[in-house]
Ligand binder design. Structure first.
Ligand SMILES: [Zn+2]
Length: 213
Protein backbone atom coordinates (compact mmCIF):
# COMPACT_ATOMS: atom_id res chain seq x y z
CA UNK A 1 0.00 0.00 0.00
CA UNK A 2 1.24 3.46 -0.80
CA UNK A 3 0.12 6.86 0.49
CA UNK A 4 0.68 8.65 -2.83
CA UNK A 5 -0.20 7.74 -6.42
CA UNK A 6 2.15 5.20 -7.95
CA UNK A 7 4.08 6.24 -11.09
CA UNK A 8 3.26 4.38 -14.30
CA UNK A 9 5.54 1.38 -14.73
CA UNK A 10 6.37 0.41 -18.34
CA UNK A 11 5.93 -3.30 -19.06
CA UNK A 12 9.66 -3.90 -19.51
CA UNK A 13 10.34 -2.41 -16.06
CA UNK A 14 7.68 -4.24 -14.08
CA UNK A 15 8.91 -5.53 -10.69
CA UNK A 16 12.04 -3.36 -11.01
CA UNK A 17 13.44 -0.89 -8.51
CA UNK A 18 13.10 2.61 -10.03
CA UNK A 19 16.51 3.54 -8.61
CA UNK A 20 18.70 0.54 -9.45
CA UNK A 21 16.64 -1.95 -11.54
CA UNK A 22 17.11 -4.77 -9.03
CA UNK A 23 13.91 -6.71 -8.20
CA UNK A 24 11.55 -4.44 -6.27
CA UNK A 25 9.30 -5.42 -3.42
CA UNK A 26 8.89 -2.09 -1.62
CA UNK A 27 7.50 1.37 -2.34
CA UNK A 28 8.97 4.75 -1.61
CA UNK A 29 6.36 7.40 -0.83
CA UNK A 30 7.93 10.67 -1.86
CA UNK A 31 6.35 13.80 -0.43
CA UNK A 32 6.67 16.76 -2.81
CA UNK A 33 7.10 20.33 -1.55
CA UNK A 34 5.49 23.42 -3.06
CA UNK A 35 8.49 24.03 -5.34
CA UNK A 36 8.89 20.40 -6.51
CA UNK A 37 8.11 20.00 -10.25
CA UNK A 38 6.08 16.86 -9.65
CA UNK A 39 3.32 15.93 -7.21
CA UNK A 40 3.79 13.60 -4.24
CA UNK A 41 4.23 10.12 -5.68
CA UNK A 42 5.27 6.55 -5.00
CA UNK A 43 7.96 4.61 -6.88
CA UNK A 44 8.70 0.86 -6.73
CA UNK A 45 12.06 0.11 -5.16
CA UNK A 46 14.24 -2.49 -3.50
CA UNK A 47 14.74 -2.45 0.25
CA UNK A 48 18.25 -1.04 0.13
CA UNK A 49 17.32 1.90 -2.11
CA UNK A 50 14.25 2.56 0.04
CA UNK A 51 16.40 2.98 3.16
CA UNK A 52 18.88 5.21 1.31
CA UNK A 53 16.13 7.31 -0.28
CA UNK A 54 14.49 7.91 3.08
CA UNK A 55 17.77 9.33 4.35
CA UNK A 56 18.10 11.71 1.38
CA UNK A 57 14.68 13.11 0.41
CA UNK A 58 16.42 16.01 -1.38
CA UNK A 59 14.43 18.47 -3.51
CA UNK A 60 12.78 16.17 -6.08
CA UNK A 61 12.53 12.47 -6.87
CA UNK A 62 15.37 13.00 -9.39
CA UNK A 63 17.68 14.58 -6.80
CA UNK A 64 16.72 11.78 -4.47
CA UNK A 65 17.79 9.31 -7.16
CA UNK A 66 21.20 10.95 -7.56
CA UNK A 67 21.68 10.87 -3.79
CA UNK A 68 20.79 7.15 -3.72
CA UNK A 69 23.35 6.50 -6.49
CA UNK A 70 26.04 8.34 -4.55
CA UNK A 71 25.20 6.33 -1.45
CA UNK A 72 25.32 3.07 -3.44
CA UNK A 73 28.66 4.09 -4.88
CA UNK A 74 30.08 4.56 -1.40
CA UNK A 75 28.65 1.26 -0.13
CA UNK A 76 29.92 -0.73 -3.13
CA UNK A 77 33.22 1.06 -3.55
CA UNK A 78 35.14 -2.20 -3.06
CA UNK A 79 33.10 -4.08 -5.67
CA UNK A 80 33.41 -1.22 -8.14
CA UNK A 81 37.16 -1.09 -7.60
CA UNK A 82 37.41 -4.61 -9.06
CA UNK A 83 36.56 -3.22 -12.48
CA UNK A 84 39.05 -0.40 -12.07
CA UNK A 85 41.90 -2.65 -10.98
CA UNK A 86 41.26 -5.68 -13.18
CA UNK A 87 39.80 -6.69 -16.51
CA UNK A 88 37.73 -9.87 -16.63
CA UNK A 89 40.52 -11.68 -18.51
CA UNK A 90 43.19 -10.58 -16.07
CA UNK A 91 41.08 -11.81 -13.21
CA UNK A 92 40.68 -15.20 -14.89
CA UNK A 93 44.40 -15.45 -15.49
CA UNK A 94 45.38 -14.68 -11.92
CA UNK A 95 47.27 -17.32 -10.08
CA UNK A 96 44.58 -17.92 -7.50
CA UNK A 97 43.68 -21.59 -7.97
CA UNK A 98 39.99 -22.13 -8.68
CA UNK A 99 39.78 -24.58 -5.79
CA UNK A 100 41.55 -22.25 -3.39
CA UNK A 101 38.99 -21.56 -0.68
CA UNK A 102 39.70 -17.88 -0.33
CA UNK A 103 40.80 -16.59 -3.71
CA UNK A 104 39.05 -19.13 -5.95
CA UNK A 105 35.73 -17.86 -4.64
CA UNK A 106 36.91 -14.30 -4.96
CA UNK A 107 37.69 -14.80 -8.64
CA UNK A 108 34.25 -16.17 -9.37
CA UNK A 109 32.24 -13.70 -7.37
CA UNK A 110 34.31 -10.54 -7.73
CA UNK A 111 33.54 -9.90 -11.39
CA UNK A 112 29.89 -10.70 -10.85
CA UNK A 113 29.68 -8.33 -7.88
CA UNK A 114 31.40 -5.64 -9.90
CA UNK A 115 28.90 -6.00 -12.73
CA UNK A 116 25.92 -5.93 -10.41
CA UNK A 117 27.19 -2.82 -8.64
CA UNK A 118 28.01 -1.07 -11.92
CA UNK A 119 24.62 -1.88 -13.39
CA UNK A 120 22.79 -0.62 -10.30
CA UNK A 121 24.65 2.68 -10.34
CA UNK A 122 24.34 3.23 -14.09
CA UNK A 123 20.60 2.55 -14.19
CA UNK A 124 18.52 5.67 -14.61
CA UNK A 125 14.89 4.92 -13.70
CA UNK A 126 12.23 5.55 -16.30
CA UNK A 127 10.33 8.80 -16.93
CA UNK A 128 7.95 10.01 -14.28
CA UNK A 129 4.40 9.60 -15.58
CA UNK A 130 1.34 9.45 -13.34
CA UNK A 131 -1.92 8.14 -14.80
CA UNK A 132 -0.66 8.98 -18.28
CA UNK A 133 0.50 12.52 -17.41
CA UNK A 134 4.29 13.01 -17.87
CA UNK A 135 6.28 15.28 -15.55
CA UNK A 136 9.23 17.15 -16.93
CA UNK A 137 12.32 17.23 -14.72
CA UNK A 138 12.64 21.02 -15.30
CA UNK A 139 16.40 20.77 -15.39
CA UNK A 140 16.56 19.02 -12.02
CA UNK A 141 18.53 16.22 -13.69
CA UNK A 142 21.14 18.57 -15.16
CA UNK A 143 22.91 19.12 -11.90
CA UNK A 144 22.89 22.17 -9.70
CA UNK A 145 24.41 25.59 -10.14
CA UNK A 146 25.43 27.64 -7.11
CA UNK A 147 27.82 30.56 -6.74
CA UNK A 148 29.08 29.99 -10.31
CA UNK A 149 29.97 26.38 -9.57
CA UNK A 150 28.25 23.48 -11.30
CA UNK A 151 27.55 20.46 -9.11
CA UNK A 152 26.44 17.07 -10.35
CA UNK A 153 23.53 17.27 -7.92
CA UNK A 154 22.20 19.45 -5.16
CA UNK A 155 23.38 16.69 -2.82
CA UNK A 156 26.99 17.21 -3.98
CA UNK A 157 26.71 20.92 -3.22
CA UNK A 158 25.33 20.16 0.24
CA UNK A 159 28.23 17.80 0.95
CA UNK A 160 30.74 20.32 -0.35
CA UNK A 161 29.50 23.15 1.89
CA UNK A 162 28.98 20.88 4.87
CA UNK A 163 32.60 19.80 4.65
CA UNK A 164 33.93 23.31 4.07
CA UNK A 165 32.02 24.88 6.96
CA UNK A 166 31.80 21.79 9.20
CA UNK A 167 28.02 21.80 8.96
CA UNK A 168 25.73 18.89 9.80
CA UNK A 169 25.08 17.61 6.24
CA UNK A 170 21.88 15.87 7.23
CA UNK A 171 20.53 19.08 8.78
CA UNK A 172 21.41 21.09 5.65
CA UNK A 173 19.74 18.42 3.54
CA UNK A 174 16.53 18.67 5.54
CA UNK A 175 16.52 22.47 5.36
CA UNK A 176 17.05 22.41 1.59
CA UNK A 177 14.25 19.88 1.30
CA UNK A 178 11.88 22.34 3.00
CA UNK A 179 12.96 25.65 1.44
CA UNK A 180 13.93 24.35 -2.03
CA UNK A 181 17.09 24.47 -4.09
CA UNK A 182 16.37 28.03 -5.23
CA UNK A 183 16.90 29.16 -1.66
CA UNK A 184 20.16 27.30 -1.23
CA UNK A 185 22.10 30.24 0.24
CA UNK A 186 19.27 30.88 2.72
CA UNK A 187 19.44 27.20 3.72
CA UNK A 188 23.19 27.44 4.28
CA UNK A 189 22.72 30.58 6.36
CA UNK A 190 20.22 28.85 8.62
CA UNK A 191 22.54 25.88 9.02
CA UNK A 192 25.47 28.15 9.89
CA UNK A 193 23.52 30.14 12.47
CA UNK A 194 22.53 26.86 14.11
CA UNK A 195 25.97 25.31 13.84
CA UNK A 196 26.38 24.01 17.37
CA UNK A 197 22.83 23.77 18.68
CA UNK A 198 21.21 20.68 20.18
CA UNK A 199 19.28 18.04 18.25
CA UNK A 200 16.06 19.35 19.78
CA UNK A 201 16.78 22.89 18.63
CA UNK A 202 17.48 21.66 15.09
CA UNK A 203 14.16 19.87 15.09
CA UNK A 204 12.50 23.09 16.22
CA UNK A 205 14.18 25.06 13.43
CA UNK A 206 12.92 22.54 10.85
CA UNK A 207 9.39 22.72 12.26
CA UNK A 208 9.42 26.52 12.13
CA UNK A 209 10.59 26.44 8.52
CA UNK A 210 7.74 24.13 7.65
CA UNK A 211 5.19 26.44 9.27
CA UNK A 212 6.57 29.94 8.74
CA UNK A 213 3.54 31.68 10.31
ZN1 LIG B 1 17.23 -0.44 -5.71
Amino acid sequence: MTIYPVIDVPFEHRHQCWFCAEPSNRWLDYQAQAYTPHPSLAVPCCNECLQLAKKHPSTSIWDCQLAVKDALMTIYQKDLAIGINWTEEELQQTEFADDCKIFGGFKKSAWFMYQVAKQRINTRGWSIVIAGIPFDDNGFLNGFEFDDVHYRSVQQAILHYSKTWSLDANFVEQIVNIVGRNQFSYALRIARINLSVSKERKLQVLQQLQQPD
